[in-house]
Design a protein around this ligand. Structure first.
Ligand code: NAD
Length: 481
């Protein structure tokens, strides 16, 4: 097991420093054993990280480079991450419990792609010229914002930090990153690799610790922009803290996404999408398809398919290449899921599959769980469970399905399965979600923006939209007379 650079230190100003705060255990969720310890950054260490980022920004050592020069460093970063792919995948799996096949393909793969994509876009951070009603030349330039605070969750540590760090750096900003307290390891290792790729000291800093460290960063007067992914409750708090100093914020928050299966759908494909939609990443997926809405004529058949799929998903050691569902990321996550399943029992819902811990395995394993006979108003349907749990509800008409799909406070993603092309477009247009999938679930690509409607947040990551979140527009006017 690789232990990153300097256990017990923070990554500030291009080197391992600090580490004066209380130490926190990092636990392997598959075994419950301590892997290493990381410090909670002290207020002085948060100051040091922000100061380093501020100096690096103001010096122009990064923001003053041409897009082409920044691009070269980011391409080198992508190549170095690729070179260290297996090491990073093992680290991610040990830290999060996610199956190694996904750490390799999805997490490391997307991290490399993000650096490559935004390295390319660093070349084309263009403004516009405008024809005014005056005899004047008017043009706009997109400039970096300054010091970015990136605060990220536990479920996709590498991808969700890279989806902020890569565009922020491409645009010329500097960054202080606070990864989740449960899963900080790849963030520290990647910061080291970026320095090796040629990033000047202070351009990317990593401070570890829990919510209070994140909050002191968000409130810090030296921070110019906040990028957050995490729960809706914390996102609300962050948006309000950032408002005090009017920092721009992007918040990518929770979800409770519906997959609608119409009676004319290809039920083989819909069944597969339904199962992978709620078990992927052990259900710790903001865009999980955790509410299955099925048109009544095919309801019984879909329940049978989903239950059959759920009980046959390979659950086990995340380091085994066959494993599809690993352990939950920690005890608190397991307890939360268990609480919801107890609620289902107390409400008289039916647990059609799973419903408890996997007793044959050590670690925080929860069996893929299918719940039927549940009301739209139940907390099981309204709240994010964030584990391998799906509810299944019947519907009769298209209008009813749309109302049920839209009938929560979230709006991150939605999906529908039908062979009727006109219906696909009609329903996609009515779903209040930032991402809609037709006859599939979970397709993401770095070129395609994603983010939430309603209480799933605002701002977009991925695509050119994801880069623009890290720029501000300056207009320049020059009289021609
Ligand atoms: P969380 O909100 O508990 O924590 C996220 C991060 O915020 C962590 O680094 C945490 O230490 C920090 N934090 C906590 N309190 C803070 C405060 N007051 N000020 C500043 N920072 C604070 O989320 P989590 O449990 O790590 O992750 C799961 C949640 O993230 C789910 O709700 C999931 O839907 C969401 N998520 C959303 C997306 C998306 O793109 N929309 C992607 C992944 C996860």
């Amino acid at each position: 097991m690789t232990v990153i650079g300097a256990a017990g230190r923070l990554y500030i100003d291009g080197a391992w420093r600090g580490g004066q705060g209380a130490m926190r255990d990092v636990v392997n969720p598959a075994t419950g054993k301590v892997v290493t310890t990381v410090p909670d950054a002290t207020p002085a260490e948060v100051d040091a990280a922000v100061d380093a980022a501020r100096r690096a920004f103001d010096s122009g050592a990064w923001s003053g480079l041409s897009g082409r020069e920044r691009s070269r460093v980011l391409y080198r970063a992508a190549a170095l991450i690729q070179e260290h792919a297996e090491e990073l995948a093992q680290l991610e799996t040990t830290d999060t419990g996610k199956p190694i096949q996904f750490s390799r393909m999805v997490d490391v793969g997307n991290t490399v792609t993000h650096f490559e994509y935004y390295a390319g876009l660093a070349y084309s951070i263009d403004g516009a010229t405008r024809q005014t009603g005056m005899p004047a030349l008017a043009y706009t330039v997109r400039e970096p914002i300054g010091v970015v605070a990136a605060v990220t969750p536990f479920n996709f540590p590498m991808i969700l930090s890279t989806s902020k760090i890569a565009p922020a750096l491409a645009a010329g900003n500097t960054v202080v990153h606070k990864p989740a307290e449960d899963t900080p390891l790849t963030a520290l290792r990647i910061a080291e690799l970026l320095t090796e790729a040629g990033l000047p000291p202070g351009v990317l800093n990593v401070v570890t610790g829990g919510g209070p460290v994140g909050e002191s960063l968000v409130r810090h007067p030296g921070v110019d922009k906040v990028a957050f992914t995490g729960s809706t409750a914390v996102g609300r708090r962050i948006a309000s803290a950032a408002a005090e100093t009017l920092k721009p914020v992007t918040v990518e928050l929770g979800g409770k996404s519906a997959q609608i299966v119409f009676a004319d759908a290809d039920l083989d494909a819909a069944g597969q999408a339904a199962v992978s939609g709620f078990v992927f990443n052990t259900g710790q997926f903001c865009m999980g398809g955790t509410r299955l809405l099925v048109q009544r004529p095919v309801y019984d058949e879909m329940v049978t398919r989903v239950v059959g799929g759920a009980v046959h998903v390979p659950v086990g050691d995340p380091l085994s290449p066959e494993t599809v569902v690993g352990p939950m990321a920690g005890q608190r996550h397991l307890d939360k899921v268990r609480g919801y399943v107890e609620l289902a029992a107390s409400e008289g819902a039916t647990i059609a599959a799973g419903g408890g811990r996997v007793d044959t395995l050590d670690g925080y394993y929860f069996a893929p769980t299918v719940i039927t006979d549940v009301d739209q108003g139940s907390r099981l349907v309204q709240e994010e469970i964030f584990g391998p749990v799906v509810t299944v509800q019947p519907f009769d008409t298209e209008q009813e399905a749309i109302a049920m799909a839209n009938g929560t406070s979230f709006g991150l993603a939605a999906g529908l399965h039908t062979r009727d092309v006109a219906r696909a477009h009609r329903v996609a247009g009515k779903l209040k979600a930032g991402m809609v999938w037709v006859n599939t679930w979970g397709m993401l690509d770095v070129t395609v923006p994603f983010g939430g409607y309603k209480q799933s947040g605002y701002g977009r990551e991925y695509g050119p939209e994801g880069l623009h979140e890290y720029t501000q527009t300056k207009s320049v006017l020059l009289p021609l007379t």
